[in-house]
Ligand binder design. Structure first.
Ligand code: ASP
Length: 363
């Protein structure tokens, strides 16, 4: 099976009209795969994605919405561990093609790499003035205790929510287990709880109970500008996670990778690293070659403060860029986007220090 070929060719789902309702808002569902649409294979017992028609058959509630639903489904749905930048480009193109036709978008996606996709889309969709809500589930939709139904139904409601004819949300979000998050602030932190995501450094955008309560002051205000899409992504980056005992052989092998453009350096605590001279020298050599080094913390919450401890002061001196409170997921995708958009190392470094889509706190 050629997954990539199928993925790059999403098809309009044959059952679209059965889902349509008149009146209210309109939302396009984009089905990429993930646990929400998986079934247990009878022979192997493994979870495998099944098609969109079977997914919507499991949720008769979708027929009751006063929201006009249409759908696009990948020909071969994927486990999100197979996610690729080329699929992000497909998603951006689907959103661009349908942008003027619908009020909002819901992307059904596996939870494993959902934070990466949400972060990537936030950078690739400049001047987004409509909601793009990613959701999925920890248990398949066909299982009795599934979390998928609530996630999907509320995500659709949020994607269709308007005030005075304008969408309430105008950014890329993740909706999961009663909470709406800014997508590029999230990370998956739990592999088995229904509450699988956290947004440690940014407040929750909305909470769903009897009412959906929006945290107005945390929402990205619409800017009214025309949508601009970016589809050039540069994948010549690497994540280097420090640990006590990491050897110079490993560090140098990574920094010597051919065509390497940037390193997301996962450091300890508030951006600290070993002060061993070989380490600082290796980083300095890479920076002099034009490799960008972005310092992010291994901690789930809090920020890098380069220079707070002596163990990070030297990073400032040699030109390592502080990632402040950005997540690793957002750091990786922001670098892919910036390096795809410009060849200038100085311009990329400047934009890394700038908050461009609500992904980082800049004081
Ligand atoms: N492995 C699945 C995926 O990411 C897990 C999930 O959907 O939650 O596609």
């Amino acid at each position: 099976m050629n997954k990539k070929k199928s993925i790059s060719n999403p098809v309009q789902n044959g059952n679209t009209s059965a889902l349509e309702k008149s009146g209210g808002a309109s939302v396009l569902l984009i089905y990429t795969g993930g646990t929400i649409g998986m079934m247990q294979d009878a022979k192997s017992g493994q979870l495998k994605p099944f098609d969109f028609k079977q997914l919507t058959d499991q949720i008769p509630e979708l027929q009751k919405f006063d929201i006009k639903l249409s759908s696009v489904s990948f020909e071969v749905p994927i486990d999100s561990s197979d996610m690729q930048p080329s699929v992000w480009v497909e998603l951006v193109n689907i959103i661009k093609e349908n942008y003027s036709k619908v009020d909002g978008f819901v992307i059904l996606h596996g939870s494993d790499t959902m934070s990466f996709t949400a972060s990537a889309l936030s950078f690739m969709l400049e001047n987004l003035n409509k909601p793009v809500i990613l959701t999925g589930s920890q248990l398949p939709i066909g299982t009795i205790r599934t979390d998928g139904k609530e996630n999907l139904i509320t995500a659709i409601e949020i994607a269709g929510a308007k005030v005075n004819g304008k969408p309430v949300i105008s950014e890329v979000c993740i909706y999961f287990e009663f909470q709406l998050y800014r997508g590029n602030r999230t990370h998956k932190f739990n592999a088995e709880h229904f509450k699988a995501f956290q947004s440690s450094n940014y407040p929750i955008l909305a909470e769903a109970g009897v009412y959906i309560k929006y945290n107005q002051s945390a929402l990205m205000p619409p800017n009214g500008l025309k949508l601009k899409t970016h589809t050039e992504l540069n994948q010549n980056i690497v994540v280097l996670k420090l640990f006590p005992g990491i050897t110079s052989t490993v560090v140098n092998a990574i920094l010597d990778i051919k065509n390497l453009r940037a390193v997301v350096l996962e450091t300890f605590g508030s951006g600290n690293c070993t002060t061993e001279p070989w380490f600082i020298k290796s980083l300095q050599k890479a920076i002099q070659k034009g490799v960008i080094i972005l310092n992010v913390t291994q901690c789930n919450a809090g920020a890098v403060v380069q220079g707070k401890y002596a163990t990070s002061a030297e990073l400032n001196e040699i030109g390592v860029v502080s990632g402040n409170d950005i997540t690793t997921e957002a750091a990786i995708t922001k670098l892919m986007f910036l390096l795809g958009a410009t060849k200038s190392t100085t311009a990329v470094e400047k934009l890394l220090k700038t908050n461009i889509r609500g992904e980082v706190t800049v004081l």
